[in-house]
Design a protein around this ligand. Structure first.
Ligand SMILES: C[S@@+](CC[C@H](N)C(=O)[O-])C[C@H]1O[C@@H](n2cnc3c(N)ncnc32)[C@H](O)[C@@H]1O
Length: 182
């Protein structure tokens, strides 16, 4: 499936939700892609930045990216489904989930199966954000999945975006940037 990225400013506002209430500590990022969010995270100088990326070539790019940073950046190559269960509970203060599904049916909402692990991995007071497929606000289904995972402090911001005309996965002028606190 072809994908292009959102207009840069809008996406940066989206990534910004990761820093809501952030007071330092480790950040976990799932999916390196073009490294836009990784660059943004590095600009905030986290104590430790862990990136999980399943694609071999993209993981290699991520390793080169990590090498060029002054802070601690660790790249784990593999799927989050394999790697996340190996990570210690309450060891992250920020999590950005931005992977995509492997089939048309599964392309959105890849965050849903991750939510319970996100709750386990976040230290109390830590923040989760992710690429959401919602243009207006959290749907009931989405809220139910968050609550079932243990989250109760659920907020977000509607971010204006201007996706390019060839963008295959987003046509709306806004996107919800979730800010989920543990
Ligand atoms: C939309 S891109 C990430 C974009 C990134 N946030 C940026 O700003 O450039 C999604 C990335 O997730 C990776 N990915 C997809 N499924 C994954 C999985 N199950 N585990 C780890 N990485 C995955 C893809 O290879 C791709 O690099």
């Amino acid at each position: 499936m072809g994908r292009t990225v959102h207009e840069k400013t809008g996406r940066h506002r989206h990534f910004q939700s990761l820093w809501f209430g952030y007071w330092g500590g480790a950040v976990l990022e799932l999916g390196f892609g073009l490294g836009m969010s990784a660059q943004f995270i590095q600009e905030h100088s986290p104590a430790h930045h862990v990136i999980i990326e399943m694609n071999r070539a993209i993981a290699e790019t991520a390793r080169r990216f990590a090498y060029g940073q002054s802070g601690r950046v660790a790249i784990f190559e593999g799927t989050w489904q394999d790697i996340v269960p190996l990570l210690a509970s309450e060891s992250f203060h920020g999590i950005l989930f931005d992977t995509y599904g492997m089939s048309e049916a599964d392309v959105f909402r890849t965050f849903t199966p991750f939510l319970k692990q996100a709750y386990r991995l976040l230290a109390p007071g830590g923040t989760l954000t992710y690429f959401s497929d919602e243009a207006a606000w959290f749907s009931d289904e989405h809220l139910a999945a968050l609550r079932e995972a243990g989250f109760s402090r659920i907020n977000g911001e509607l971010v204006n975006v201007a996706p390019p005309t060839d963008c295959l996965y987003w046509r709306q002028p806004t996107i919800l940037a979730p800010t989920i606190e543990k």
